[in-house]
Design a protein around this ligand. Structure first.
Ligand code: AMP
Ligand code: ZN
Length: 466
């Protein structure tokens, strides 16, 4: 399996640190609001990678944090007149609901920054002891110039960074030795959540949390670190500096970054206000459509959001669901595979090989989806030609497994099924009223094939699953 590694700017063969095991960390959201569909992109992409690695038999330890201490959370808490904890607890719960709707597996561990302060204080102290950090008036800074390899992930030259940064010392940070030094710990301001530390009552900077959590749950060197490309600099660069200076060993071997979800060419973001929350999109579309849409592009390509593209994603997903439904109905009829059908089985392996080759090539979900459609097309043709139940079952199992790796379900959500059955019953009633009994019977038979039994009662038509 090959990944494009931001660190080396090349596609590299993936070799895990420990055979059969993958240690993976993905930076999670800051929880002060409902997540938007841009935030959902890394969640969906890295969940899909995780599912593929599970399919390949790896034991995947997947850690993704919630940043629950941050200026934005504090501001929101002040606006509402509640505690920061109330805000973060609320939006972690909402985020987990959205993740479940999008069929994103819960992480092996979802650590919270506020629960890891002890570890952060320890790592900061270690950095101070080794000369990589210094304290001024209760604030602790990382001494960037002390780490020779600073800039290796973002491929930025330290001198250029330094000259570009000369004028942008933020007020209150003029006590820094160097404009590139960044905060590890800062003293509290009135009304802010805070923790006792050797330097001040205060709170950690943002970057240190990921270094500490990934070390605690995965160890000093991990296999894969993921996140959106906006995190490369400074967040991931700073994570590397902190972790490697503290431990003396490489932090992460493969750095994977997804490109942006865009709207009219701009990055979707809360600050630009051009965002749609996962919640609002899922009121209009099945969350599966959002997942499908996200996977139609390679994760390193920008993806533009529009209603048109959501509509075409909805239709494409519908073709998969309808194909699976037809296979399910045919499979339910039973019947053994003919010799001619047995001879077609290698075609299924060929399609699976195409799917795998796409996923192996830096998680090319766009091509993997193309392989899924090849299978759907084959299924439709075979069903139309009256294939056996056994052959249909074989194709369905294949389709289920490939879609499952992409996190897509091949069965309609229950509400969709309900709506479809209700619509067909209404159509049958209309046919009966018009004395078109042949049509009414045909609809009843069609429903029966879908496993739905109708009962005509005095109160009207009732239905149940066979
Ligand atoms: P944040 O809550 O802003 O820290 O973002 C959480 C995650 O979502 C990070 O991995 C970001 O890189 C990612 N992200 C934010 N906006 C977008 C976007 N428009 N497209 C893709 N990823 C994004
Ligand atoms: Zn992080």
């Amino acid at each position: 399996m090959k990944f494009y590694n931001t660190l080396t700017k090349t596609k590299e063969e993936f070799v895990p640190l420990e055979e059969g095991k993958v240690k993976m960390y993905v930076c999670g959201p800051t929880v002060y609001n409902l997540i938007h569909i841009g935030n959902a992109r890394p969640m969906i992409v890295f969940d899909t990678l995780r599912r593929y690695m599970l399919y390949k038999g790896f034991d995947v330890n997947y850690v993704s944090n919630f940043t629950d201490v941050d200026d934005k959370i504090i501001n929101k808490a002040n606006e509402e007149g509640v505690s920061s904890e109330e805000i973060s607890t609320r939006y972690i719960a909402e985020c987990k609901k959205d993740m479940e709707a999008m069929n994103i597996m819960p992480a092996t561990t979802h650590p919270l920054a506020t629960q890891e302060i002890g570890g952060m204080i320890e790592m900061i102290q270690e950095l101070i002891d080794k000369g990589y950090a210094y304290e001024v008036n209760g604030t602790v800074y990382f001494r960037t110039r002390k780490f020779d390899e600073y800039g290796k992930l973002s491929h930025k030259n330290l001198d250029d960074l330094r000259s570009g940064n000369r004028d942008i010392k933020v007020t209150g940070e003029d006590q820094k030795e160097d404009p590139l030094d960044f905060v590890l710990w800062k003293p509290k301001k009135e009304g802010e959540p805070s923790w006792a530390s050797p330097w001040s009552d205060g709170r950690p900077g943002w970057h240190i949390e990921c270094s500490v959590m990934s070390k605690r749950y995965l160890g000093t060197t991990i296999d894969i670190h993921g996140g959106g490309e906006d995190l490369i600099f400074p967040h991931h660069e700073n994570e590397i500096a902190q972790s490697e200076c503290a431990s003396g060993v490489p932090f992460a071997r493969y750095w994977l970054h997804n490109a942006f979800l865009k709207v009219n060419g701009d990055k979707m973001s809360k600050s630009l206000g051009n965002f749609f929350t996962v919640r609002e999109i899922c009121e209009e579309y099945d969350p599966q459509v959002l997942r499908y849409f996200t996977l139609t592009a390679h994760y390193r390509s920008p993806l533009n959001f529009s209603r048109e593209i959501m509509e075409s994603s909805k239709n494409a997903l519908e073709r998969i669901l309808t194909g699976a439904e037809a296979l399910r109905e045919t499979a339910a009829k039973g019947g053994e595979m003919s010799d001619a059908e047995k001879e077609k089985l290698p075609k299924l392996s060929e399609i699976r090989a195409k799917f795998e080759a796409a996923m192996e090539d830096d998680i090319n979900t766009a091509d993997a989806i193309a392989a899924v459609f090849e299978l759907v097309k084959l299924g439709n043709t075979e069903v139309k030609d009256g294939c056996s139940g056994a052959f249909a079952a074989e194709m369905l199992a294949e389709l289920d497994e490939l879609c499952g790796i992409l996190g897509l379900k091949t069965e309609r959500a229950k509400e969709d099924l309900d709506a479809q059955v209700e619509a067909m019953i209404a159509e049958r009633q209309a046919a009966r009223k018009a004395k078109d009994f042949a049509k009414a019977d045909a609809i009843r038979a069609q429903l029966l094939e879908m496993g739905i039994i109708l009962e005509d009662t005095r109160e009207g038509v009732k239905w149940k699953k066979a």
